[in-house]
Design a protein. Structure first.
Length: 451
C-alpha cells in the first residue's frame, strides 16, 4: 500500500478525531482551570522559583496590572547594564552572559579568558558526526535537525547519563560551544540537498567569539564586518534568557525534573522553541513585513500604513489571523527592553547598509500599531514592539536566511536552558506533575459485534 493510499484512508478518521478532542472553553472557567497557566488578569501562574532571570513589565496593585517600562535581569543584573558594560570596552558579551547564567556571578578577566578558551576547545564535534548525523540525513527544517543532532550526541558521549554537577556542566558547555556549528552545518546540508546549492563545510575557529565564529562558518567566503558581528552578538545576549516561565525554559525544567539526561531535556526545549507562538514568531514578522511592503505604495505615507494595519487587525489582510506580529507581549507593557536595545543597534547598521527606508517603515508600524489596535479593538491595553519585531530585520541586514532565524534563537537560548536545567535538578529536585480534571462521562464497554 502506498503512502498516498494510507494517508487517504487515515483522512476518514479526521472528523472523529477532531470531534472527540474538543473541550468547551466555558468548562475551563467552571472548574477554575488556568488555561495556558495564565491568571485572569494576564499574569502567570506561579509554578516555581528561580535566581536565573527576571522579566519585569508591569507592577501589581490590588491584583491589577499597572503598566511599566520593561526590564530584563540576568542573575539580578539589568541586561542593559551588561550590554553597556561590554560594549563600552569594545568586546563581545555573549560568552560573559553564558558564564553569568551558568555560575551565578560575573567572571573576572582571567575567568572569562579561561571560559572562552574552554568554549573554543569544545567546539570540535565528534569524528564522523558531520557525515553520519547531518549530511547523510539532511532536514528541510534546521530546528528538527538541531534537535536530532542533540539527541544523537548522547551516543557519542562516554558518560551521557551521569547527572553529577560536574558532568552536567561539561555537557552544557559543550552544547553551548557546538550549537553554532550544528546549526551552520545543518543549514549547509539543507541548502545543498534541498535547494541545489553548493555545499560549504568550514572548519570552526577556536579564537573567535560565538558571533564571529557563526558568521565565519555561515558565509561562503568566511568574511564579515566588525559591526555585523557586534550586532549578532547583541542578538545572542538579548535572547539568552527570559525567565523560567517562557515555554522552552519551562519545557527544559519539566523534562529535567524527571531526572533524565541533559540531551533529552535540551532536545525537548528545541522542539518547544520551534513553534510559531514562541521562537518562530520572528519569521511571522518577516512574512508580515513582506506582505505589507508588497501592498503599500508609499512607505512614508502614515495613513496608508495605518489603513493596511487596520485591514490586518480585521483579518482582511496578510494571513487572516488578525494579528500584527511583533507587537504586544505577555509581560511587557510600555516597552520591551530587548527591542529598545536591538532597535538602537539596528539603526546604526541600517545607515551602514543603506537600508534606512526599510528601517523607517518598521518604526512607523511600531508607532502606529498601538493607535490602530486601540481604534479597531476598542481596547486601552498597552502594547509595544517586542524583540521579534526588529530581530528579523536585523537578520535580513546581516544577510542571514529566514530559515536560520529561529535556530539563532536556539544558539542564544542554550545557555539559559542549561542554567534552568541545573537549577531545576539541584534546586527544586521534585518531578513536575500538575493535575488535569477528566470531564468525560462514564460509559460502558461494548463488544465489537454490538458497536
Amino acid at each position: 500500500m502506498s503512502d498516498k493510499e494510507i494517508y487517504r484512508r487515515i483522512l476518514k478518521f479526521t472528523n472523529l478525531a477532531e470531534t472527540n478532542n474538543k473541550i468547551d472553553l466555558e468548562l475551563y472557567d467552571k472548574y477554575g482551570v488556568k488555561r495556558g497557566l495564565r491568571n485572569k488578569n494576564g499574569t502567570g501562574v506561579l509554578a516555581g522559583l528561580t535566581e536565573i532571570g527576571d522579566v519585569i513589565g508591569y507592577n501589581l496593585k490590588d491584583g491589577d496590572k499597572i503598566p511599566a517600562e520593561g526590564r530584563l535581569l540576568y542573575r539580578g543584573i539589568d541586561v542593559k547594564d551588561i550590554v553597556d558594560g561590554f560594549q563600552v570596552e569594545n568586546r563581545y558579551g555573549f560568552e560573559e552572559v553564558c558564564y553569568l547564567l551558568l555560575f551565578g556571578s560575573l567572571p573576572t578577566r582571567n575567568e572569562l579568558k579561561e571560559f572562552n578558551e574552554i568554549l573554543g576547545e569544545s567546539r570540535e564535534i565528534p569524528d564522523g558526526f558531520t557525515e553520519d548525523m547531518i549530511l547523510k540525513a539532511p532536514s528541510p527544517n534546521i530546528m528538527n535537525k538541531l534537535a536530532r543532532s542533540v539527541l544523537a550526541t548522547y551516543s557519542y558521549d562516554d558518560n551521557p547519563d551521569d547527572t553529577s554537577i560536574e558532568n552536567m556542566l561539561r555537557q552544557c558547555i559543550e552544547l553551548i560551544a557546538r550549537f553554532p556549528i550544528l546549526v551552520a552545518y545543518a543549514f549547509q546540508a539543507k541548502s545543498h540537498y534541498y535547494d541545489n546549492k553548493s555545499l560549504y563545510i568550514h572548519n570552526t575557529t577556536r579564537n573567535l567569539s560565538t558571533a564571529e565564529n557563526f558568521l565565519h562558518m555561515l558565509r561562503v567566503d568566511n568574511k564579515f564586518t566588525k559591526s555585523e558581528a557586534e550586532l549578532l552578538d547583541l542578538c545572542l545576549v538579548l535572547h539568552a534568557e527570559h525567565g523560567g516561565g517562557n515555554n522552552s525554559a519551562f519545557t527544559a525544567r519539566v523534562v529535567s525534573s524527571s531526572g533524565t539526561d541533559t540531551y533529552s531535556a535540551i532536545a525537548a526545549a528545541i522542539g518547544s522553541l520551534k513553534g510559531p507562538k514562541h521562537g518562530g514568531a520572528n519569521n511571522k514578522v518577516r512574512q508580515m513585513m513582506d506582505d505589507i511592503k508588497s501592498h503599500i505604495n508609499n512607505w512614508d505615507d502614515k495613513k496608508e500604513i495605518a489603513d493596511y494595519l487596520t485591514k490586518i487587525l480585521k483579518k482582511q489582510a496578510n494571513d487572516g489571523s488578525g494579528l500584527i506580529y511583533g507587537m504586544g507581549h505577555a509581560i511587557y507593557t510600555l516597552s520591551d527592553p530587548r527591542a529598545v536595545m536591538l532597535k538602537k543597534k539596528a539603526y546604526q547598521l541600517a545607515i551602514e547598509k543603506d537600508m534606512m527606508k526599510e528601517f523607517n517603515l518598521y518604526e512607523s508600524i511600531e508607532n502606529l500599531a498601538p493607535e490602530v489596535f486601540a481604534k479597531v479593538k476598542g481596547s486601552s491595553k498597552d502594547i509595544c514592539a517586542n524583540v521579534d519585531f526588529y530581530s528579523g530585520f536585523v537578520y535580513s541586514m546581516l544577510q542571514i536566511p529566514p530559515e536560520l532565524y529561529t535556530p539563532i534563537f536556539a544558539i542564544a537560548r542554550i545557555g539559559g536552558w542549561c542554567a534552568h536545567r541545573i537549577e531545576e535538578f539541584y534546586g527544586a529536585n521534585r518531578i513536575i506533575r500538575p493535575a488535569y480534571k477528566n470531564i468525560t462521562e462514564p460509559s460502558e464497554y461494548k463488544e465489537l459485534g454490538k458497536r
